[in-house]
Design a protein around this ligand. Sequence first.
Ligand code: ADP
Length: 392
Amino acid sequence: MALQVRAIGILQRDLAERTRAARTNRDAQFQARDYLASIVESSGDAIIAKTLDGTVTAWNSAAQRMLGYSADEIIGQPITKLFPSDLLGEEEEILARLRAGGRVVERETRRLHKDGHEVQVLLTVSPIRNAAGEIIGASKILRDIRERKAAEARFSTLQAELIHLSRWNTMGMMASSIAHELNQPLAAMTNYLGALRRVLSSQPQNQKLIGELVEKAAQQGQRAATIIQHVRELVAKGKSERRRDSFPGVIREALQIASVATRQSGIELRFETEKDLPLIALDRVQIQQVIINLVRNAAEAMAGKPVRKLHVGVRRDGDSLRADIADTGPGLPREVADHLFEAFVTTKESGMGLGLSICHQIVIAHGGRMWASPNEPNGTVFSFTLPIESGS
Ligand code: ADP
């Protein structure tokens, strides 16, 4: 009996002990749950939970601020209510990823506010598992990135403005260089029209020659118009126009245009090209500008020299096509060689020092390279490459 009484006493104590432990345990669980709930509730990010079939099961106050619905309104509703119609497929993709045990980390996307406007968010989705480790739902954290997006947009507008302004500035300074560019076709046009006048007074019956001269003058007029158009596009933030074209053909044409100047300066011009070169994507007018600039510089450098030879060669160089423009001038002055493609580097009285920097910019924009080296026994070789894209 005494034994029984003792056993009951032990049992009672044990029971009381267990009850106390269970209560403490439950209290601890409640505390932890409350603690977590208050973290979730006070979070600045929207925290949403949903089942695997896409029904909303939890919704904190940041979610209400961000997306307009109160917890009462949205819990039990399909989460697709929050999806803009063009993003409905995203939910399927996210669910598939979750079922496979994956997550979505910091994806930039959009969600729909209760009043219908779209909110830009950074989304993270993680699976929720039960005690057995099975995936029973998902938690979503949404960060409002409207502010960040607006700041990014302001920044890129400012940047575009800056580029636009600096272009305008450069354009102002390029005026002299452009005048020079225009001078070439205009001088050629004047020459052709002069020749035409002579032919008309001496052999008015020669229709073929007259036709040719009119055609050549018209071509030069067209070239001047293209240069002006190009300048306009540059100012208007326009893009350069690249088409697949024959590199040697473009250079040959540029040399014909420049030949007015080279002939007048008594320069012996030689042009050589490798055969069967592939067509490449280029802006015809820009590349012709590069050639005309280099030829003009070479002609000016050779002025007064007893030997005035200009050799222009085109060939394949690895994955690129390459042009070399070699003169027999004095070579590059040291102060220029050290700052070759910088703007405003010039040794000429009336020079702007922009020609080479523009040439360099054009070649770089085409994905090519440009450099200068000494010519043997004297002079300078300017070389540049343009890439042959795959599939040429
Ligand atoms: P600009 O012709 O207005 O001076 P560029 O950028 O075309 O501007 O050329 C810068 C300088 O580079 C020239 O002033 C000249 O001193 C030098 N230069 C360019 N091409 C040659 C060349 N072929 N031979 C020698 N010097 C050259």
